[in-house]
Design a protein around this ligand. Structure first.
Ligand SMILES: Cc1ncc(COP(=O)(O)O)c(C=O)c1O
Length: 381
């Protein structure tokens, strides 16, 4: 509990500060809990489904989700080139991306198997891996936060079963280029042969629609036959409280139906089979919708510019709603404490496996961004 709850602890502290001093005096940049309204297409679809429900809407669905919903998701992935050739049998609808990762890991891990995660990482990964008897192996990225394939190669051993990739990345905001992902796919292919056992690549991509770069997004799940995509509508459709997402398996992998069947069984064992039926129906009607990106892009670039002006070392994000600057002093704790005293709440980088950084989440309104800029001290080492 101590190690896992840093973000929530900071958020709780922020709520206390707000109740004591007023909402407008506290800049709470802790949680990645979007404030944007869901896209109009989603609200319309929700209204249609509520007023004209399809037959049996509120009944249990198959563990993997409704066949027609899986078909629509597969078509979407195929038509957009995200996972060409995907069919309904390669898709499993889940209660969000966290459920998706747990279901996938439960299906493929044996106790003692190793799972490589890249730092900085989404703070829940180590817990997800440990939850299913796996051993998290943390590998650092390069200074620009892109994957270092050589370091990943050094970390792969006979017990490596999964590599988790998350891009655009929480917390760095970096999107990974296709050539690096291709190199990684080649490495996993080669090492799977050496191990005599598949190494799976889990591509956790809830931010793939939240991008500011012109570079196209490439799913590593497309580049590697044993790639499995975990997607969530929490961010692209701004509905994190509703719990809906999916897993999609590369159709070239062989035995994909067995893998999906194993994951469907895992969803049942873990206690979250059959993603919410209402939301399966709603999202299947607005798969292409995305929240309005202009305000987010404006705010994130403004805060990025302000950080640079104040002398912070910070990598420009390609997407997401996060910034991940370096702490501008050797005394990390005093720096974070100083921000708290300034009523600016951030998440210490330790939660992401990189203690000398901190994360700012832009799930706030424009005025809070102004407040944060005002409260950030100049960086002077
Ligand atoms: C990288 C990453 N993966 C997964 C999740 C969890 O998403 P969901 O709400 O779909 O469980 C998040 C949420 O912040 C995330 O940042």
């Amino acid at each position: 509990m101590e190690s896992g709850s840093a973000i929530r602890k900071m958020w709780d502290y922020g709520r206390k500060l707000k109740s004591l001093h007023g909402d407008d005096r506290v800049a709470d940049m802790t949680l990645g809990n979007p404030v944007a309204l869901p896209p109009a297409a989603l609200l319309r679809a929700l209204e249609e489904v509520v007023h004209h429900p399809p037959d049996g809407l509120h009944r249990y669905t198959a563990h993997a989700g409704r066949r027609d919903v899986r078909e629509r998701i597969a078509r979407h992935l195929d038509e957009r080139g995200l996972l060409p050739g995907a069919g309904a049998e390669q898709v499993l609808v889940t209660a969000g991306a966290s459920a998706a990762s747990n279901i996938m890991l439960r299906a493929v891990l044996d106790p003692g198997d190793e799972v490589i995660i890249l730092a900085p990482y989404f703070p829940d990964y180590p817990a997800h891996v440990l939850n299913h008897g796996g051993l998290p192996i943390v590998v650092s990225t390069r200074a620009d936060f892109l994957p270092d394939v050589e370091r990943i190669e050094e970390a792969i051993g006979p017990r490596t079963r999964v590599v988790i990739i998350n891009h655009p990345n929480n917390p760095s905001g970096r999107q990974y280029p296709e050539d690096i992902l291709g190199e990684l796919a080649g490495l996993l292919r080669q090492k799977s042969k050496v191990n005599g056992k598949r190494i799976y690549l889990l591509s956790d991509e809830p931010y793939r629609e939240l991008r500011f770069t012109e570079e196209p997004f490439v799913s590593p799940a497309r580049l590697y036959e044993h790639g499995i995509m975990a997607y969530s509508f929490s961010k692209s459709h701004s509905i994190p409280g509703e719990r809906i997402g999916y897993l999609a398996v590369n159709p070239e992998g062989g035995e994909t139906q067995e893998l999906v069947a194993a994951m469907a069984l895992s969803s049942r064992i873990l206690g979250f089979p059959n993603a919410p039926s209402l939301w399966q129906e709603v999202i299947s009607r607005c798969l292409d919708a995305v929240v309005e990106m202009a305000p987010l892009q404006r705010d994130i670039l403004r805060l990025y510019g302000a950080l640079r002006e104040k002398g912070y070392e910070v990598v420009k994000p390609d997407g997401t709603f996060y910034l991940f600057p370096r702490v501008p002093t050797d005394d990390v704790q005093s720096f974070i404490q100083g921000l708290l005293e300034n009523f600016l709440l951030v998440v210490p980088g330790e939660s992401f496996g990189l203690a000398d950084h901190f994360r700012l989440a832009l799930c706030v309104d424009e005025k809070t961004v102004d407040l944060a800029i005002d409260r950030l001290p100049p960086a002077g080492r």
